[in-house]
Design a protein around this ligand. Structure first.
Ligand SMILES: [Zn+2]
Ligand SMILES: [Zn+2]
Length: 374
């Protein structure tokens, strides 16, 4: 089994501190340690959490190499790695799955206790394999996909069918799957039910896809951007609400569309504080369930407690409750059934990464793909 012992010098997108500009610089990537793999990234994309990290939220440790959506090819493996080999196509994940800990066995959560989300931005030995001019670089959780090479633990790595389109593989590595999983694993949407999705970025469109697959008959999409109407329809949305078209609240508009009672399930994908109460209020009294998957910029938000006391359920979720190996591989195997091409609106080379942040402000932008120099 290959294990190149050389340090690789390559280009990566670095953020040196909260709010500082992102720079593309040469970094050094050490060979993988015993349980790790070094991955040559072939395609990456931007997810909103990267933008939060640039702003220093929620767990950013600097300096860091950005990017947590991407797909690559295993370049070399540590000597204890059994399940992966050189040349395998993989998604580096930010959550592991041991199949043995209390949480993995419970079937109730994807938050593995053996391979947890790495809030330190470092690998399990509290270091990383990346450095710049001798200084240690951090990950976004345990990923750094906006780099030509990255090293991750093999237990945070999903092996993929190599025939999957790399752009689509990148899209399912975080945003889309988070929404899809929220409908599938967290809400457990049933056939014939009604759903409202707040925010139609990749996460929201994933929630629509999940709700459609599970047989929801009424799928209401909500977004202030009129261009998202067409995207929502492509993924299975049945009604569109643009809140700017009416003086009424969004929850009132949702109730009008759902027989006055509200929907069975709602998904808050924006992280915009007042919309959490609105998304709860848009669900049925007594039985409504809201899944919060939008990462906002405020750590504590005001919240309408009465909306909750009326018997509704509010559930938070990381990665849509998807287990990083068993569930994500199912999404990967199905991914050509979803119109993922609809998400792909822009592409920039790694060196022009700052242009990507401008593109994200364009109304027609859903996902920006980052092309690697190699
Ligand atoms: Zn586990
Ligand atoms: Zn993400």
């Amino acid at each position: 089994m290959a294990n190149t012992s050389q340090v690789i010098t390559c280009k990566a997108a670095i953020c040196w501190g909260a709010g500082k500009p992102v720079t593309v610089e040469e970094i050094q990537v050490d060979p993988p340690k015993a349980t790790e793999v070094r991955v040559k990234i072939i395609c990456a994309s931007i997810c909103h959490t990267d933008i939060s990290y640039i702003q220093g939220l929620p767990y950013a440790k600097f300096p860091l190499v950005l990017g947590h959506e991407g797909v690559g090819i295993v370049e070399s493996v540590g000597e204890q790695v059994k399940n992966l080999k050189e040349g395998d196509v993989v998604i580096p994940t930010y959550i592991g799955e041991c199949e043995e800990c209390e949480n993995c066995v419970s079937g109730k959560t994807n938050l593995c206790l053996t391979y947890p989300v790495r809030l330190t931005g470092l690998l399990s030995d509290n270091t990383s394999r990346m450095s710049i001019r001798g200084q240690r670089l951090h990950h976004v959780l345990s990923c750094s996909t906006w780099s030509e090479y990255m090293v991750c633990d093999a237990n945070y790595t999903l092996k993929l069918d190599p025939t999957i389109d790399p752009v689509h593989a990148s899209f399912i590595s975080c945003g889309f799957s988070t929404g899809f999983g929220a409908a599938w694993k967290e809400a457990k949407v049933e056939s014939g039910t009604s759903v409202a999705v707040f925010g139609l970025g990749a996460v929201g469109l994933g929630a629509i896809s999940g709700a459609k697959m599970l047989g929801a008959t009424q799928i209401i999409g909500i977004d202030k951007n009129e261009m998202k109407r067409e995207k929502g329809v492509a993924f299975g949305m049945t009604y569109f609400i643009n809140p700017d078209d009416s003086p009424k609240s969004v929850s009132e508009l949702v109730k009008e569309l759902s027989g006055g009672t509200g929907v069975d399930y709602s998904f808050e994908c924006t992280g915009v504080a007042p919309l959490l109460t609105e998304s709860l209020e848009a669900t049925k009294l007594g039985t409504g369930k809201t899944i919060a998957i939008g990462a906002g910029t405020e750590p504590i938000i005001p919240f309408g407690i009465v909306s909750l006391l009326y018997g509704r359920t509010l559930k938070g979720s990381v990665f849509g409750g998807l287990k990083a190996i068993s569930d994500l591989s199912i999404v990967a195997n199905k991914c050509e059934e979803f119109p993922l091409q609809e998400l792909f609106t822009h592409e920039v080379p790694l060196i022009d990464i700052n242009k990507a942040f401008e593109l994200l402000k364009e109304p027609n932008c859903v996902k920006v793909v980052i092309k690697m120099p190699h």
